[in-house]
Ligand binder design. Structure first.
Ligand SMILES: *Cc1c(COP(=O)(O)O)cnc(C)c1O
Length: 375
């Protein structure tokens, strides 16, 4: 059996090695290393794939979120609503820009923003909502957009984990996650569903004016060469990474299908187990399984993880501490009990190996051992 990893990027690479190697060499030979044709090509192909008017490549997913908030002209003191059960980057940039993060708890089944609590968090200072499409399924965007429109708020989708997920909204054709809000943000970190071989990210928008502002901000606030209208950043997608992504984009749907197939195997193996709750997918979205995350009851999680590790199977906890209880956000004054669902999830979730290269032998080995150690 092939060794089991959380993510197997090497095997994925080897399958399309020739094509990738050739593309990388071509960029090196072209010497168009910054904003070369490879970046423009990838941008255009991603716009077509997502059916969105503008894709603006940038340096990474964290930058994408920061630039989105700068493009919306958010100012210190403005409040940004998001959830406490996510990766730190989402609120890190809120803090860096001097904005105030306001948390809304998540749903116990989908781990995404509980939209029933969203309106209660809106104040006079609220300027934006940042729904995080966690682990690969989309938040309830229909309801989030309805509330945002009612209150005149911008919506920045943190789509770093859900690229390619599809959203069903009444009377609309299928839409891709990240294209429904004011701005969508994604990451091309190697282990993400569409990952490059280094850092990378992008913003999506259907708004021409925001597209113009974002392109200026990622390029030192420069709209005309050497005229700087605002303080910007330097955040670019390398041409080499764009060439890699352009090839991997062609395989994205096939990669998503492979993840969904592995998830289905896990679902079947754990179905009906009294101590395991398998992922619940909301009816308005597909799930692209960036992570396959279980909820456990009456299980010694740390012993289980230790046993699995000894059996050669990595099992991870995403995420062990909710953001409102992180030291970096102690100044917000939150305490245990403020967001009970997020806190309970941090105490009971585990994520299993999930990638495009899992075969049936590995899946059987993982599930057999997992059930053996739990019982
Ligand atoms: C990965 C990730 C980010 C940050 O992306 P980077 O490219 O690593 O900066 C932000 N939000 C979420 C939810 C992520 O998973």
């Amino acid at each position: 059996m092939k060794p089991i990893q959380m993510v197997d990027l090497k095997s994925q690479y080897l399958k399309i090695k020739n094509e990738l190697d050739e593309a990388v060499v071509k960029v090196m030979e072209s010497s168009a290393y910054i904003n070369g044709p490879a970046v423009k090509n990838f941008q255009q192909h991603l716009e077509e794939y997502l059916k969105v008017k503008h894709v603006i490549p940038c340096g990474n997913g964290t930058d994408a979120l920061q630039v989105a908030m700068m493009a919306l002209n958010l100012k210190p003191g403005d409040e940004v609503i998001t959830t406490p059960f996510t990766f730190i980057a989402t609120v890190e940039v809120v803090g860096l820009l001097g904005l105030t993060p306001v948390f809304v708890d998540v749903e116990p089944d989908t781990f995404n923003m509980d939209v029933r609590q969203l309106e209660l968090a809106i104040t006079q200072k609220t300027k934006a909502i940042v729904p995080v499409h966690l682990f690969g399924q989309c938040c309830n965007m229909q309801e989030i957009m309805r509330i945002a429109d009612k209150h005149g708020l911008a919506v920045i989708e943190d789509n770093c984990q859900a690229i390619g997920a599809e959203v069903f909204i009444d009377n609309y054709p299928l839409q891709k996650s990240g294209t429904l809000g004011t701005i969508g943000c994604t990451s091309f970190f190697p282990s993400k569903n569409l990952g490059c071989y280094g850092d990378g990210g992008a913003l999506f928008t259907n708004d021409d004016e925001l597209d113009y502002r974002i392109r200026g901000i990622v390029n030192h606030g420069m709209f005309t060469r050497y005229y700087h209208d605002m303080i910007g950043v330097n955040s670019r997608l390398d041409s080499i990474q764009a060439a890699i992504l352009d090839i991997k984009l062609k395989h994205l749907d096939e990669y998503i299908a492979a993840r969904q197939q592995a998830a289905l195997y896990y679902d079947k193996a754990f179905a009906g187990h009294p101590k395991i709750q398998t992922p619940v997918v909301a009816s308005h979205t597909t799930h692209v399984f960036h992570q396959y995350t279980l909820k456990l009851t009456n299980v010694d999680r740390f012993r289980l993880i230790e046993n699995m590790k000894e059996a050669g199977v990595p099992v991870m906890i995403y995420y062990p501490v909710p953001l409102h209880l992180q030291k970096a956000f102690a100044h917000l004054g939150h305490e245990k009990g403020d967001f009970p669902v997020a806190e309970a999830l941090c105490d009971c979730v585990v994520s299993l190996p999930m990638h495009t290269e899992l075969d049936e032998e590995q899946l059987k080995y993982i599930t057999d051992n997992f059930i053996r150690f739990i019982d």
